[in-house]
Design a protein around this ligand. Structure first.
Ligand code: SAM
Length: 294
């Protein structure tokens, strides 16, 4: 079989070997795993079946499709953008170029909120600032079925994707989403509503750190989801002073933070009247979540 592509191979095993070679040459650490996932994605089978049936014959159409998506991955487009999916909190989220790809570290924030409100049938109004794919809010609503939430984001595309994720996960009765810009002041765009819980994973990378990011992040995640001024703290500076106006008394705020930002963010929260301020480390031992009560 001949097709005019690098991956002009005739069996699953050949396609896999060629894909691994190309991804390794592109400097991708997990080349073997990614190659297997991409081939499985095209063939509509499990990664295990790719391994267990290397002799399976491919037609030209499959070879061309594998070639096309391996080319995208070799240009360092993240796997989740290619397949359009990423698992977070064991739930399946649709991902687009408008949404940050959910990070496993962000599950720390979900765990902390659940620990602070352990009763399954607790009734809370939750605001998710910078909702992206909606992963944080929807994971919480999945675990707390009597809670309701509003997710806001500056990106219209993210809001559309988050709404779709709520529908796919059967959570659209609990969740609404809308565009809003915290730079313009949030209170106005949420009509004076107040919330019991505010969660927020804002952009927190210092602008100058763009050079040290992996190409998957620097070239493919939406810049608005990443960068926050010279020290990475500008979103916290904008958001924290607005919180007393949109939180209910005794309301809780939960921030994801970047490495080394805990003291600065705790300090800002203290200045704006928060108490019981605490931190939680992620699985790598990095302080990842700061939370407190008003
Ligand atoms: C780090 S991402 C977090 C996305 C998602 N919550 C998650 O944890 O995967 C930050 C989000 O904030 C949004 N954002 C950035 N600036 C904003 C602003 N001024 N107002 C509202 N949302 C903003 C971005 O579009 C992005 O979706």
């Amino acid at each position: 079989m001949k097709v005019p592509f690098d991956l002009a191979t005739s069996t699953v095993g050949d396609a896999l070997a060629a894909a691994i070679q190309r991804l390794q040459a592109a400097g991708i650490d997990e080349a073997r795993l990614d190659a297997r996932l991409l081939v499985a994605y095209v063939l509509g089978c499990t990664p295990e079946q790719v391994f267990s049936h290397p002799e399976r014959q491919l037609d030209v159409n499959d070879c061309q499709k594998i070639d096309a998506i391996v080319t995208r991955r070799a240009k360092r487009q993240p796997l989740a953008q290619i397949t359009g999916h990423r698992e977070f909190w064991s739930l399946d989220f649709t991902i687009t170029e408008d949404t940050l790809i959910p990070r496993p570290d962000s599950e720390t924030l979900v765990e902390v909120v659940l620990d602070e409100y352990p009763e399954r049938n607790v009734r809370l109004e939750i605001l998710d600032m910078g909702t992206g794919s909606g992963c944080l809010l929807l994971a919480l609503l999945h675990e707390r079925p009597d809670c309701h939430g509003l997710g806001v984001d500056i990106s219209q595309g993210a809001v559309v994707t988050a709404k779709g994720n709520a529908e796919n996960l059967g959570l659209s009765k609990q969740a609404t989403f809308r565009t809003a810009d915290w730079e313009q002041g949030l209170a106005g765009s949420i009509e004076g509503r107040r919330f019991d819980v505010i969660i927020c994973n804002p952009p927190y990378i210092a602008d100058a750190d763009a050079k040290s990011l992996a190409p998957e992040v620097a070239e493919f995640d939406p810049p608005k989801a990443l960068f926050a001024g010279p020290d990475g703290l500008s979103a916290y500076r904008t958001i924290i002073p607005q919180l007393p106006e949109i939180l209910r008394p005794d309301g809780g705020v939960f921030f994801e933070i970047g490495q080394g930002q805990a003291d600065d963010v705790c300090g800002m929260m203290g200045e704006w009247g928060f108490r019981n301020i605490a931190k939680r480390k992620d699985l790598a031992g990095i302080e990842r979540c700061i939370f407190g009560r008003l």
